[in-house]
Design a protein around this ligand. Sequence first.
Ligand code: CA
Length: 249
Amino acid sequence: MASVLVVEDDGTIGDVVASSLRSHGYGVELARTGAAALESAARGPGFDLVLLDLGLPDLDGVEVCRRLRQRLPAAVIVMLTARRAEMDVVVGLDAGADDYLTKPVRLHELLARIRAHLRRAGPPAAPSVVQLGDLSLDVGGRRVLVQGRELALRSKEFDLLARLAREPDTAVSRETLMTDVWDEHWHGPTRTLDVHVASLRRRIASCDGARVPRITTLRGHGYRLEHPDRAPGDGPGEVAPEGRSGAPG
Ligand code: CA
């Protein structure tokens, strides 16, 4: 089941769109503000598609789009806008949106557009560059940069970080890590995993003063990569509109 995040402050439009999507079999989460949308994006493993109203009461819609794009690199983002000016559309697309619809939106057109996007998107492709605070992980180039400086990792350390970074803030079991990083038919001891996690932690921790992800041990299960932009223990309410995010231009 595809999951859709609907960001719409207008109560009626939000409810109609959400219930229509649910009746067509989509999982739907409804956010009434930009801050709530960013919270939802930070909390879960991800949405397949975001419907984003650009006129929000708390944050600028284009800025919300930019931040959602960072947090949900694989999601399709469709902007809903009352603004018809071409400049706004261009700015929105530059901010990472895939498509836009101008209001008033016809429901059947919206559903058709969503179906087409999700068909085209197929299984979510792994993004080639993952941004985690000051750390950027270039999967294709097999490089890790922290504040623009290269962090040297051994091959398996890189693979391990890349695997964990595919699902930040999500528990990944030891078995999954062993099969995905080492060997798809792994059945033996997993001590090598702990050794590699320990050395990976040391290397990441050597980046003094940078906002870098942390690897948390989940006893009896595996590991979880904590996104540095989510304060641990703060719960889902920590997304403060503290101005610009620190992503590179
Ligand atoms: Ca609105």
